[in-house]
Design a protein around this ligand. Structure first.
Ligand code: NDP
Length: 336
C-alpha cells in the first residue's frame, strides 16, 4: 500500500509572463479524489508548446496554475465509483496538471487514459508519458480536419518539431507528397528522413515561391500550421483552390483576426482544431489510441525523445523548446 503524502512537488506559475522566471518548483497540496476519480503517481510527463501559452497568458488560466498536459505513472488511489482501474495499474493519460508528482483524473469513463501492461518497463513509461499529445494530434489531424489522400501536396510547418515529425510521417504514409518547412538544414534533414519529399528552409527561402515551384504553380491541398502568426500569410498563399488550412497552434504568436471574405477567391476551408475535440468520447479515444499503439509497436511511427529533464529543470526545457533549439520531444522525469 503506497502512503500518499499531503504535499508534493509541482511546476506552477502564480502570475503570467513571457519570461521563464515566473515558473516555480514548489510544494503544493496533493489533490483529494472524489468517488469518480483516480489519483496517479506520475513517472514521466511530456513537454508541449501549450505550456508556453498558459504561462504567457495567451490562454486563460486560474492561478496558481500547475502546468503539464500528459504523463504516465501508477494508480495509487481510486474512488468508489471507479471500476475501470485499480490501484497498481500503470497508465498513460492526457490531463492538465501533470508537471506534478500526483495528478487526479476522472476514472469512470476511461477517456484519455491508456492502461499499460502490468510489466510495462521504464522505457514504456517514458514513451507513453511523452507521446500521447503530439502523436494523437498528428493522427487525428490527418483524418479529421483534413483527410489526407494519396497524391496530395501537403505543406507541414516546423516539420522537425514534435507534432511536425509525426504529421510528416503520417501524411507521407498516406501517400501524400509532403513539403516540409523548418528553420535549419539540419532540421530539414530530419524531415526528409521521415518521408518529406520537398524541403523549404524558412530562414533563407521564400515559402510561397518554393511551394509554387514544387506544385507547378497550383499550390497545396492542405497546410498544417502550428506556427501561427509568422506563417499565416505564407500558408494562406500556398493553398491550391479548394485547399484546406489547418491552423493548430501559435508558436510564433496568435493569428491576427482576418476577414472571412478572404476565403472566397479560392474557396478555401479553414479549421482551428483541438486534439481534445477528436478524443472526447470512449469510442473516439479507443479508436485513435488503439491505432497509435499499433503504429508504434509495428515501427510504422517513429517517435524521438531527444532529452529527459528532471521535473525541477522544466524551465531549461521550456527555454530550449521556445527558442527553437529542439527537434522531436522533451520529457520530464518526475521524482518518486
Ligand atoms: P515543436 O516541437 O513543433 O516546437 C515549435 C516549433 O515551431 C519550433 O521548433 C520552430 O521550428 C517553430 N517556430 C517557428 N516560429 C517560432 C517561434 N517564434 N517561436 C518558437 N517556435 C517557433 O512544438 P510542439 O510539437 O509541442 O507543438 C507544435 C505546435 O502544435 C504548437 O503550436 C502547439 O501549440 C500545437 N499543438 C496543437 C494541438 C492542438 O490540439 N491544436 C495539440 C498539440 C500541439 P522551426 O525552427 O523549424 O521553425
Amino acid at each position: 500500500m503506497t502512503t500518499i503524502p499531503k504535499t508534493q512537488k509541482v511546476i506552477l506559475f502564480e502570475e503570467t509572463s513571457q519570461d521563464l522566471s515566473v515558473l516555480q518548483y514548489k510544494d503544493f497540496p496533493v489533490p483529494e479524489i472524489s468517488a469518480d476519480e483516480i489519483l496517479i503517481k506520475n513517472k514521466y510527463a511530456g513537454v508541449n508548446f501549450i505550456e508556453a501559452y498558459f504561462r504567457s497568458g495567451l490562454y486563460p488560466s486560474k492561478t496558481p496554475y500547475v502546468l503539464g498536459r500528459e504523463a504516465s505513472g501508477v494508480v495509487v488511489a481510486k474512488g468508489d465509483n471507479v471500476t475501470k482501474f485499480k490501484v497498481g495499474d500503470k497508465v498513460a493519460y492526457l490531463s492538465p496538471s501533470t508537471f506534478a508528482q500526483y495528478t487526479k483524473v476522472d476514472g469512470t469513463t476511461g477517456i484519455r487514459i491508456l492502461k499499460l501492461k502490468d510489466d510495462a518497463s521504464e522505457e514504456d513509461l517514458k514513451l507513453f508519458g511523452s507521446v500521447l499529445v503530439q502523436a494523437l494530434t498528428a493522427l487525428t489531424f490527418v483524418y479529421e480536419p483534413y483527410n489526407v489522400k494519396s497524391g496530395d501536396f501537403i505543406l507541414i510547418h516546423a516539420a522537425a518539431g514534435g507534432v511536425g515529425q509525426l504529421l510528416t510521417q503520417l501524411a507521407a504514409s498516406k501517400g501524400a507528397k509532403v513539403i516540409a518547412t523548418a528553420s535549419t538544414d539540419a532540421k530539414l534533414q530530419i524531415a526528409k528522413e521521415l518521408g518529406a519529399s520537398f524541403l523549404i528552409n524558412s530562414s533563407t527561402e521564400d515559402i510561397v515561391e518554393k511551394v509554387k515551384e514544387f506544385t507547378n504553380g497550383v499550390g497545396v491541398n492542405a497546410v498544417y500550421d502550428g506556427i501561427g502568426k509568422a506563417t499565416f500569410e505564407a500558408s494562406f498563399e500556398s493553398l491550391a483552390p479548394k485547399g484546406t488550412f489547418v491552423s493548430f497552434g501559435n508558436a510564433s504568436g496568435a493569428v491576427p483576426p482576418f476577414s472571412i471574405s478572404r476565403l472566397a477567391p479560392k474557396n478555401i476551408a479553414i479549421l482551428r482544431p483541438q486534439l481534445f475535440g477528436y478524443t472526447n468520447t470512449p469510442e473516439t479515444w479507443e479508436k485513435y489510441s488503439k491505432e497509435l499503439l499499433g503504429l508504434l509497436s509495428d515501427g510504422k511511427l517513429k517517435f524521438s525523445i531527444t532529452k529527459v529533464y528532471s521535473l525541477k529543470d522544466y524551465p531549461k526545457a521550456a527555454q530550449e523548446l521556445e527558442s527553437r533549439a529542439t527537434t522531436g520531444k522533451l520529457t520530464l522525469e518526475i521524482p518518486q
